[in-house]
Design a protein around this ligand. Structure first.
Ligand code: 5AD
Ligand code: SF4
Length: 431
């Protein structure tokens, strides 16, 4: 969501006549679009803002946007007097006006509305990637997990109108985009705040599939409680919808899940995964896990370990619990020592690495559909992804960028599959 917001802000500034530069020394305007999800993300920005204060080229305008602008709205100007503006997650539409105001008045400006009003010009986004795009469908979160700062930094759920989303997807397809990722803190809540639209998440997916030429649709991210049978059937039935579902477990113990206010038990989560795998046998699952939540015992951690062993996610983002100001969990003692958190984190990372390796073995000598996105960092090989989000590297030229290709996997290196586009006689064999 932050990346998309950055693209929208960049688009607004380019429209205004500004030119992007690639080094901060020559920039007249520096904007830090920040994240507050864990302490480390905030510390990085605080460190950087401090450095700029000491070394600052005094004539550049410096602003903070994103979640930190909300979480630290009362202290940022006090700590960093050289800041020119603080603009909240729900105010990015005001950026142009604020830059003007600073230029004319030279005053510090602070704007942080609690609620998002759907008035953004999404079509202005300045995207670097020409093949796949992020599309915002709902902002905010009403779930209030006890560890999470998002409901406070992004406010309540506000869905974007289906016509506006479908229109953006159509325009993206017309300009050559092949893939969209529909974004929201909880995409499955889509449309629930607007019963008058009669369009829930699975209805929206059906409309995008039916009415646009987008070849691949993904979504990010979901709350397990709202993953409905209708959504599972959509993953099975809609040709454009990729067979990859991010399904954040967070913890394997029902007691910890309750304390996290995740509103499902371990058993209910397992049942949902079983149902999804029954309806979509070739689905890949991703997950998020937090270790070291307050009061998590060794036995409860082992339940998370065992759940990951059993469920075999194709990708897992694993984090050590980080107490966030303003959340209910912050009021409880952060009682798991840092070494224990790190040890648990490492054990899950090792387990996931082992599972990942075993899963990648299964791809050897198979043919997968790859959307070729760009040249790899080395500038020689092409890079793309399968429908289930596996990264693939292959040989080929620039004309293949933006196309869907069958790729035979012959080996892998770390997380990446290596393959080649079969010759026509190889293809015959596969068919
Ligand atoms: N500490 C650690 N991880 C967190 N996440 C959210 N809040 C915290 C926190 N306070 C993780 C969750 C979420 C992902 C985006 O970040 O796993 O799904
Ligand atoms: Fe945070 Fe996700 Fe829970 Fe919302 S559903 S509070 S964004 S972890």
């Amino acid at each position: 969501m932050n990346e998309l917001d950055t693209e929208i802000m960049a688009g607004q500034l380019v429209k205004k006549g500004l030119t992007p530069v690639h080094d901060e020394e020559s920039a007249d305007l520096l904007i830090f679009n920040t994240c507050s999800i864990r302490d480390l993300a905030e510390r990085k920005v605080m460190g950087k803002l401090g450095l700029l204060g000491r070394a600052a080229k005094k004539h550049s305008i410096i602003g903070v946007t994103g979640c930190m602008a909300m979480a630290k709205k009362d202290t940022l100007f006090r700590k960093f007097p050289h800041l020119d503006f603080v603009l909240g997650t729900n105010n990015i539409t005001d950026l142009e006006a604020i830059v003007d105001e600073i230029l004319y008045t030279n005053r510090q400006i602070h704007k942080t509305d609690d609620r998002f009003e759907e008035n953004l010009d999404y079509l202005i986004a300045k995207r670097d990637n020409q093949v796949k795009a992020h599309v915002s469908i709902i902002r905010g979160c009403d779930k209030y997990c006890t560890y999470c700062v998002v409901p406070y930094t992004r406010g309540e759920e506000v869905s974007r109108s289906p016509d506006s989303i479908v229109d953006e997807c159509k325009r993206l397809a017309d300009t050559g985009y092949k893939e969209v990722t529909l974004l929201g803190q909880n995409v499955n809540s889509y449309g629930k705040d607007r019963p008058d639209w009669g369009c829930l998440f699975h209805d929206l997916l059906a409309r995008i599939d039916r009415e646009t030429d987008i070849k691949r649709v993904r979504f990010m991210t979901s709350h397990p409680i709202d993953i409905t049978p209708e959504l599972m059937q959509a993953v099975r039935d809609l040709p454009s919808l990729c067979e990859f579902v991010h399904f954040p477990l967070q913890a394997g113990s029902s007691r910890i899940l309750k304390k996290m206010h995740r509103i499902y038990t371990r058993e209910q989560y397992f049942e949902k995964v079983a149902m999804l795998r029954q309806i979509v046998p070739n689905v890949s699952l991703g997950t998020d896990i937090i270790v070291g939540f307050p009061t998590e015992t060794d036995e409860e951690f082992e339940e998370t370990y065992a759940a990951m062993q059993e469920l075999r996610f194709s990708i897992a983002f694993i984090y050590a619990y980080s107490a966030r100001k303003g959340t209910p969990a912050k009021r409880w003692k952060d009682d798991i020592p840092e070494e224990v958190k790190q040890e648990r984190l490492q054990r899950l990372l090792d387990l996931q690495a082992q599972i990942g390796k075993e899963e990648r073995q299964k791809f050897l000598d198979t043919t997968v559909e790859v959307l070729i996105e760009r040249f790899n960092k080395d500038g020689k090989m092409l890079k793309g992804r399968t429908r289930c989000w596996k990264k693939v590297i292959l040989e080929g030229d620039a004309s293949l960028i933006g196309t869907l290709q069958p790729v035979q996997v012959h080996s892998f290196h770390h997380e990446t599959l290596l393959g080649k586009i079969p010759q026509s006689n190889d293809l015959l064999k596969i068919v």
